[in-house]
Design a protein around this ligand. Structure first.
Ligand code: GLN
Length: 283
């Protein structure tokens, strides 16, 4: 079987499965992976033959994709910001919308800053910030041992200065530690219908109690102590959670609360300023 035939057959079978919106691209990426080659190479040499091992690997990847497994988990990597990150079944696959949080943060006019990414997963947010802001000090926390191993591997491959620690959100962090605290926590309600499409990623990285808000409540509460006065809290959330997250920020005493949208024009993250120092002054 040659490359052209393999691709044609794969595209048909992906369309038949009904689980891929991008069958041509999926087939090309999976075949390039099976041949340890590039998509450009495949398209340039369509009559190149597949070895038996390559054909077997390709059929295996296709079968997985036809059962809805995300391409990133089959390939073992995902692009985020300007980086290629390792991912596996223990981590959330970084989403493009999370880049909007990175963009907001790196546009803050701070010469130096101490930043923490809580629940870092693959390390995506922390590593992206470290790459853009060499003068900032970047920390990241992660509860899962397996996810932390992926984050550390990404850090070593990218050679970016992020200090990773294991911890349950910010419970182990000292008071007044950070200028900016960012998190993409689990926020999907347990009864959300979108979960049917997200069966390959760890539930602990996706789903939270209290209509998806329980971890955000914990993070916002802990952030009050861990942030320096006037420090920023930046939290990702669901498209319909902006109002509730703003209320959680308000109740905790944050000021300057704003919700921002993602690339698809959905509410995606809320920011607030730790106003703790001011309360005393105005009392
Ligand atoms: N935004 C992701 C999704 O809906 C979920 C990410 C998360 O729970 N932090 O696919």
């Amino acid at each position: 079987m040659d490359v052209g035939e393999a691709l044609e057959e794969a595209v048909f079978s992906l369309i038949r499965s009904g689980h891929s919106n991008t069958p041509q691209m999926d087939a090309e990426l999976l075949l390039a992976h099976a041949k340890n080659s590039s998509v450009t190479h495949l398209l340039t040499w369509p009559s190149e033959k597949l070895t038996l091992d390559e054909e077997a690997a390709f059929r295996n990847y296709l079968k997985r994709r036809e059962k809805k497994e995300p391409i990133a988990l089959i390939l073992g990597h995902q692009d985020f910001w300007s980086m290629t990150l390792k991912v596996n079944e223990h981590t959330l696959v970084p989403r493009p919308d999370t880049e909007c949080l990175v963009e907001w943060i790196i546009h803050q006019p701070l010469e130096t800053a101490v930043v923490c990414d809580a629940g870092t997963g693959t390390g995506a947010i922390a590593l992206a910030i470290a790459g853009e802001k060499p003068n900032w000090q970047v920390f990241a926390m992660e509860k899962s041992t397996q996810a932390l191993a992926v984050a550390c591997e990404n850090q070593q491959l990218l050679e970016l200065p992020v200090a990773f620690f294991q911890g349950d959100w910010l419970s182990a962090v000292a008071e007044d530690s950070f200028d900016i605290l960012v998190s993409n926590p689990p926020y999907i309600p347990a009864n959300d219908k979108h979960l049917a499409d997200l069966t390959y990623e760890p539930r602990s990285a996706l789903v939270a109690k209290k209509q998806g808000l329980s971890d955000i409540e914990i993070i916002v509460g802990q952030a009050k102590n861990c942030l320096k006065a006037h420090g920023y809290l930046v939290v990702e959330h669901g498209f319909d959670q902006g109002y509730c997250v703003q209320e959680i920020f308000k109740e905790a005493g944050f000021s300057g609360i704003e919700t921002h949208q993602d690339y698809g024009k959905n509410d995606r993250f809320t920011v607030g300023v730790n106003a703790c120092g001011d309360a005393g002054l105005h009392a």
